[in-house]
Every structure is written in C-alpha cells, then in structure tokens.
Design a protein around this ligand. Structure first.
Ligand code: MN
Length: 503
C-alpha cells in the first residue's frame, strides 16, 4: 500500500477583516504554527498544508473550489481562531465536495491569569468563534467530524489522524474501478446490490469482465516467468512435506503462479483497485485463484469472493486506512462456531482467500482439494492470526440506503492445533460476547463476508461513514441488544426523512 504522505489536508482558518492587519497577521502566524505541528505529528499520516486565513465570502468560495479541484487534497481542517461570521461560509460550503474536520482548539493552552487583557480576549475567541462555525454546518446538515482539545495533545492528533485515514480511503474510492470476473454466486442475496446506487454514493464503479479474457492472459504466461514466481513462493513460504511429496505439485504451483501473473497483469492493465471472482465461473482457469488472491490482497488490492463487490471495495478502503500501521487487513468470513458457556468463539476463514498480512508467522504453502467447484486442487497459504484486538466490517445494501456494520472482536491464540484444516484462519471472541454480537449482527442484516482488520479502528470507520454520509451500526463491548434494535428502527425513519433536510 502506498504511503499516505502523498495526500494533503488543508488547514483553513476562518476570520474576518474587522480585526485589522496586525491581529490578522498574528492569526496567520498562530495557524501556521498549529498546521506545522499537525503536519509533523506521527499520528497524522498525511501532509497538513496551511492555507491563507479566510476573511470574506469570496475567499471561502474560492478556497472550496480550489480544494475540489486539487487532486492531492483529501479534505479540509477548519478552525476559527477569531470570530468568522458564518453567512460568509454558506456559498463555499455548498460548493465543497471534500470532507471536513472541524478542529475546535485554542492557540494558548491556559488562561494567562495575571496578564490577560482585552487584546488577548479579541485574539483568542475560538470558544465562541467555533460555535458560530459549527452552527452553520449543523444548519446546513453537513456531515463532518468535530475534534475538541488542545492541538498539541496526542489524543486530539490521534482523532485527526483517524479522520485523515478515513478521508484518504474516501479519496481513493473516487473514480476507483473494481473488476468482477463472473457474477455473484448463484442465488446468494447479501452479495447482490445496486451498483448504480453504489457509484452515485461512493464514487467507485463495478463492472464485469470475461473470465475467458483472463484465462487468455493466464495462458500467455511463459514457463520461465511462472517458474521464477514459483521460486519466489518457495523462498517466501514453508512447504510442508505433505505438499512437497505430492506427485503433481510442480504442475500445481506453476499453474497457480500463471494465474497470479495473469490476474496481476489484468488488474494492472485495467487500472483496477480490486476484483471479485466466483468458483461457479472459472471457465478456462484450471484452479480457483487461491494464493493469487491472497498475495494480491497483501499488495493492497481489494478482494471479494463469490462476486462480492461491496466487500471487495470495503477491503480496499480498509487497506488504505491501515496504510503504514501495525496489523493486517483481509477479506474474511465467519465460518464456524465454538460455543462455550464461558466464552464462545468464532473461527473465521474462507475456502482459500485470506490475506497473509494477518499471518502470525511465515505461512505454509499447501495444495489440497477444494470440496466444491470441480476444479484442480488449488494452491493456498495457510497460517494462524496473532491475538489482539480486531474488528469485522460489512457493507450492506438494505434497499433504500447502504449500512456499514462494525463488530469489535478480540482475536485469541488458536486454542488447539488444527492439523487437518488446510486454510488460513483467525479465532476470535466478539464483544461483548458471541451470543449477543451475532444476534445484533443478524438483526442488522450483516453479511457472512467481512473486511477484517487488526489495524483499522471503529473510529476510522465511523469517520468514513460520516464522510460517505451513510448509516453505521456498531457492535462493541457496550452494546445492549434492546437499544441496538431500537437504533436500527430509528434509523429507518431518520434515513427516510434525511434527504428532505439537506441543502
Ligand atoms: Mn464466501
């Protein structure tokens, strides 16, 4: 995944001409100091760029249009050091198409009790200036994040950092292309959805491409190119004796390598940021892509099995949010349960396609039959996932809107060896417990497929949902099932009415 430092957020300070040049000079100097500190904060992954203080309606409008057109600008941080009458912001905010974080801070941390005078009071007015600024955004029903506190605090910078990651993922979606080889798995409902609505809401497009064209690219991969990639596989992963001694193992590995190289060429040539496939439409491919999907995900591509384009796009977004952080992100499926009166567990896995970014140690390279699909035995990487906090997220098309559903979980050490399970897996306990979390997930219409991450936080996904202007429902340690159901019912009304309120 590319570094997020290629992106920038603009630091915009609102003021007005009333204060005179001396005060405005001081406002600009103080703002520059804050922008510089945020830019060099280790928790803020993008560049923070100071913009000239906005003092009049024309300046606000020009700046917003400039931000819309700037290809590296992923959003605006706004702050009112002094009082900036908000009617002068209306036209600009109406035009603005980039996310906003409203920073409510103050240049000075403390009140200088013994020296404070009216000059100081006139300069340091965020406490009321930002309320006027907040009113107009609430009045216009603008979705934004409000972050409050002293600008040097780690907590505050972390909140802005989470928003920057969400804004970067949103920026990455605008104009993104996702490729589908084959349609959805036949008769499956949750992986369906309105691709036109998704493009209008999210900015990415999803289109189908012939698996025959992919098979053609795969067949063009030379023996030596495939052989070179097999050598890379053997150098990167452990090959257990059971696989090494299979009679046709070399052939299987060469075939898997051809599929990876063909897929990679297809995605790169088409400028795609992710793909889906389905075991029901593999015409011309010898195996279901296993290790290919795994390694492409590790390189930052989104992936969804069985034609699941919504999860594919979500996995890509989560990979962008996670860039540079510890912990991996993968396509995932709740596979099977371990019920226990003390702490029930979920075994998460897929037929093959789990990203090795979540591997606890060096994966093993294995070849086993796939029990469905009727193709040759596919090559896959097998591993466990390290313990620690994680989350699962699903994007749902509930008919009149999209709902992002998040479930916080704790990955536990694999309780016992799984010598006969030939797939990568993660074992977790959902918060507050499996029984409540799964009930909430099912009431919310949550999918079996998810984006799983040990790096992305609920805060980032909340910020993402605010930017995308969609519903979010969160299942965490504090979830109460009765309140959760009530919230889902209230949301039905809220989202039905919401469109009438916005400008
Ligand atoms: Mn599946």
């Amino acid at each position: 995944m590319q570094s997020l430092r290629t992106y920038e957020v603009w630091f915009v300070t609102g003021s007005q001409r009333l204060y005179g040049p001396e005060t405005l000079k001081q406002v600009a100097a103080n703002s520059q100091e804050i922008a510089k500190a945020l830019d060099s904060s280790p928790t803020i992954p993008v560049r923070v760029v100071f913009k000239p203080v906005a003092k009049a309606p024309e300046e606000v409008s020009e700046l917003c249009q400039e931000a819309n057109a700037a290809s590296d600008c992923i959003g605006l941080i706004t702050w009112c050091h002094t009082f900036s009458p908000s009617k002068m912001w209306i036209n600009g905010l109406k035009l603005l198409r980039k996310p906003i974080a409203h920073l409510h801070t103050q240049h000075n941390r403390e009140i200088p009790w013994s020296t404070i005078d009216m000059d100081f009071m006139n300069l340091n007015q965020a406490a009321h200036g930002d309320r006027e600024h907040g009113f107009i955004m609430s009045r216009m029903r603008l979705s934004r994040k409000v972050v409050v506190g002293f600008w040097e605090e780690t907590r505050l910078q972390g909140q802005l950092g989470a928003w920057c990651r969400a804004a970067a993922a949103w920026h990455d979606w605008q104009g993104a292309k996702f490729c589908r080889f084959g349609d959805n798995m036949r008769e499956v409902a949750v992986t369906e959805g309105d691709k036109v609505a998704a493009q209008m809401q999210f900015g990415y497009s999803v289109n189908g491409y012939g698996v025959g064209d992919l098979a053609e690219l795969v067949s063009q991969v030379s023996e030596s190119e495939a052989g070179k990639l097999v050598s890379e596989y053997e150098a990167s992963y452990t090959v257990p004796a059971a696989t090494a001694n299979l009679p046709n193992v070399r052939q299987s590995l060469l075939e898997a390598a051809r599929i990876e190289l063909g897929l990679r060429a297809s995605l790169t040539n088409g400028g795609f940021k992710g793909f889906t496939d389905t075991f029901e439409d593999l015409h011309g491919l010898v195996q279901l892509p296993g290790i290919a999907a795994q390694r492409l995900m590790a390189d930052g591509f989104g992936f969804g099995a069985e034609g699941d384009w919504k999860t594919c796009a979500l996995v890509r977004a989560m990979k962008v949010m996670a860039a540079g952080l510890r912990g991996g992100t993968s396509f995932m499926e709740d596979y099977t349960y371990h019920f226990d009166s003390k702490r029930s567990l979920v075994l998460g896995a897929h037929m093959l396609e789990i990203c090795p970014s979540i591997a606890a140690s060096k994966p093993t390279l294995e070849v086993h039959p796939l029990s469905i699909g009727g193709k040759a035995d596919p090559v896959r990487l097998v591993f466990d996932t390290p313990p620690g906090s994680a989350l699962n997220a699903a994007m749902l098309d509930v008919g009149n809107r999209f709902r992002l559903l998040v479930s916080e979980v704790e990955v536990v050490p694999t309780p016992r060896p799984l010598p006969k399970l030939p797939v990568a897996r993660a074992i977790w306990a959902p918060h507050p417990n499996l029984e409540l979390a799964a009930a909430a997930w099912i009431y919310a219409g949550g999918a079996h497929h998810t984006g799983f991450s040990q790096a992305v936080t609920t805060e980032m996904l909340e910020d993402f949902a605010v930017i995308a202007d969609i519903e979010i429902a969160i299942i965490d340690a504090k979830t109460n099932l009765r309140d959760f159901q009530h919230q889902l019912r209230n949301n039905e009304v809220y989202y039905a009415l919401r469109k009438g309120w916005t400008v």
